[in-house]
Write a protein that binds this ligand. Structure first.
Ligand code: NAP
Length: 253
C-alpha cells in the first residue's frame, strides 16, 4: 500500500481528462461513464442526483462534456433530472473545433417505452446541428415512435430491448467515437454487462444516507468487470477517481 499524497494544485481539473487517448477503443466506440456516488455507494438522494454532487463535482460534470462526441443517458435520468441540450463555453467549443469535433455533442436517450416528453428542452431545445438522438428497439410502440421521429433522430438497436453493442455500432456509424455516458445506473449496468464500459470517472461525494441505488445496476447474471485505477484528484472532500477497463482476459470472470 502507498499513501496518495496531496501535491501542487492542478490549474485545470479537466486537463487530465482531456489528455486521455480515447482513439483506440476496445469495441465500436470509446465509452466513458461519469458518475457520482456517496460514501455508501448511493447514486441519488430522493430520486435526484443534485444533492449528492458537490460544487467541484458539478463543475467537472458540466465541463466533462467537452470530451464527448455524444452524451448518452438512460430515459429515467432524463425524466427525473429534466435534461437539456449540452452547453459548452466559447473556449471549450474552440478547443473541440481544433480537435476535429463538432462544437456541441448531441444527447442520445435510451428508451424502450418512449414515454418521454417531446416538448421538453432536451428535444425541443436542441439545435439542428446537435439534434437529440433516441435509441430504442423495434418493438417500441408505433404511435410513440412516430411522435419520437418528429422530435429526434431515431436509432433502432435491438428487437425488444436496446442492445448496447448495436446502439454503439450505430453511433459509431454516425461518426460518434467517444461516448460519454452520464447514467443512470440501470443503463450503465447494461453497458457493463455488455463489456462496453472503457472508462469510469467516478466522483466520491462525502455523504451517506441516500437512496438504495448503486452507481451501476447490472442485469442478473452479469460477470464481474474489473478496472485499473488511472488517476486520482481531490477537491475539498470530494475524490475524483478515473478507471479504465482491464483487458477481458485480465478483467472478466
Ligand atoms: N449518481 C449519478 O452519477 C447518477 C447519474 C445519473 C442518474 N442518476 C440517478 O439515477 C436515477 C435514474 O437511474 P435509473 O438507473 O433508474 O435509470 P436510467 O438508467 O437513467 O434509465 C433507465 C431507463 O433507460 C431505458 N433502458 C435502460 N436499459 C435499456 C435497454 N436495454 N433497452 C431499452 N431501454 C433501456 C429504459 O427506459 P424506458 O423506461 O423509457 O423504457 C429504462 O427504464 C435517478 O434517480 C437519477 O437521479 C444518478
Amino acid at each position: 500500500m502507498e499513501p496518495l499524497e496531496r501535491s501542487a494544485p492542478i490549474p485545470d481539473p479537466l486537463a487530465p481528462y482531456l489528455a486521455v487517448d480515447r482513439s483506440q477503443p476496445r469495441h465500436e466506440c470509446w465509452v466513458a461513464g461519469h458518475m457520482v456516488a456517496g460514501l455508501d455507494g448511493t447514486a441519488s438522494i430522493h430520486g435526484r442526483v443534485g444533492a449528492l454532487s458537490t460544487a467541484p463535482d458539478q463543475d467537472l460534470f458540466r465541463r466533462m462534456r467537452q470530451i464527448a462526441d455524444v452524451v448518452m443517458v438512460g430515459a429515467q435520468t432524463v425524466r427525473s433530472e429534466g435534461y437539456a441540450p449540452m452547453r459548452l463555453d466559447e473556449d471549450a467549443q474552440t478547443q473541440r473545433r481544433v480537435r476535429g469535433q463538432s462544437e456541441m455533442p448531441p444527447v442520445a436517450v435510451v428508451s424502450r417505452s418512449l414515454d418521454l416528453d417531446w416538448s421538453s428542452q432536451v428535444f425541443a431545445g436542441a439545435p439542428e446541428h446537435a439534434r437529440t438522438i433516441v435509441i430504442t428497439c423495434a418493438k417500441a410502440d408505433p404511435e410513440r415512435l412516430a411522435a419520437a421521429e418528429q422530435a429526434a433522430t431515431i436509432i433502432i438497436a435491438g428487437e425488444d430491448r436496446v442492445e448496447p453493442a448495436k446502439a454503439l455500432q450505430a453511433l459509431a456509424g454516425l461518426g460518434y467515437r467517444v461516448v460519454l455516458c452520464e447514467g443512470g445506473p440501470r443503463w450503465l449496468g447494461e453497458l457493463v454487462a455488455a463489456d462496453r464500459l472503457d472508462e469510469l470517472c467516478l466522483s466520491i461525494s462525502p455523504m451517506m444516507g441516500g437512496d438504495q441505488l448503486p452507481v451501476s445496476v447490472a442485469p442478473p447474471g452479469t460477470g464481474i468487470a474489473q478496472f485499473a485505477l488511472q488517476s486520482t484528484m481531490v477537491a475539498d472532500d470530494t475524490l475524483f477517481l478515473r478507471y479504465e477497463a482491464k483487458p477481458p482476459e485480465e478483467g472478466r470472470s
